[in-house]
Design a protein around this ligand. Sequence first.
Ligand SMILES: NC(=O)c1ccc[n+]([C@@H]2O[C@H](COP(=O)([O-])OP(=O)(O)OC[C@H]3O[C@@H](n4cnc5c(N)ncnc54)[C@H](OP(=O)(O)O)[C@@H]3O)[C@@H](O)[C@H]2O)c1
Length: 305
Amino acid sequence: MPDTTTWSVADLGDQTGRTFVVTGASSGLGVAITRHLAARGARVIMAVRDTGKGDLVRGRLRAEHPRADLEVRHVDLLDLDTVRRFADGVTPDVLVNNGGIGTVPRRLSPQGVESQLATNHLGHFALTGLLLDRLTAGRDPAVVTVASGLYRLGRLDLDDLAAERRYSPGGAYATSKLANVLFGLELDRRLRAAGSPVRSLLAHPGMAKTDLDRSAPPSARVVGTLLGLVLRQPIDDAVTPILYAATETSAPTGRHIGPGRPLRRARPTFETFSGAATDPDLATRLWSRSAELTGVDIAPAVPRR
Ligand SMILES: NC(=O)c1ccc[n+]([C@@H]2O[C@H](COP(=O)([O-])OP(=O)(O)OC[C@H]3O[C@@H](n4cnc5c(N)ncnc54)[C@H](OP(=O)(O)O)[C@@H]3O)[C@@H](O)[C@H]2O)c1
């Protein structure tokens, strides 16, 4: 398999007849993902925590693409009751686990889990599990989890999911992204072992100027802004690897699908994972804890004929 492709968003094919759930579709990358998909005829269910904000975004996108098929639905990834309500009655072909928070002060979810891990990983774990049966019946079904190169800095301590012993906003973000990767890879292994048609892919945008660092301490924001001046990609281009993963059946699982080198137009590259992300034992332990904490047991199955 080559480790890159020349694919760009201009190559995004017709998506008429396919339904995508995009979490975090009310800002940043989620809006750009929604815009590109809707422009190619997809139905997009915008999974947002603030439906007022989601409605405004939908209005803006409809002004650009009057025939855009967009539905705004409420989900708060930190609140598992809303995840269950959201999943009821939604039948997607593709789930894009994109929503998230970054670099926030320490806070706990109702289950007592640090909020970045709870939002970015546990909410998506539950959502994926609740939608998996319906995804199985979809057309070229896929789960795309949006990770980050920062997963390498994550340190997952399953005995301290509340991050009582050690907490830094950036460290906890990296750990939540490590959890995204462990989850995406374990889901891939389980889906393949079960012979499921659903594919689990992992993608990341490199660095893009969004609101993700809005809660970061001022010093971190300054560093981010300076780095961003050099490295950040326009949001519409940064979503290239995510769109590729969500729509191309040749996109590889088990790889980190990224945007390639900074300062160039994004073209999907297929990076291998390293470090704790490749520890299958850690992945299965995270899976069991996630099932316990969310009450959702993900059981891949093959479709009934
Ligand atoms: N930007 C980058 O450079 C970068 C790099 C690597 C990875 N990523 C990943 O890309 C993804 C998108 O981030 P972004 O950069 O587009 O940031 P963003 O502009 O802050 O967007 C994050 C989205 O997630 C939503 N969200 C946050 N908490 C939620 C919750 N509890 N329930 C439901 N939705 C929630 C936000 O809703 P509101 O609109 O209500 O705030 C927002 O729509 C994240 O997974 C992030 O880790 C980003």
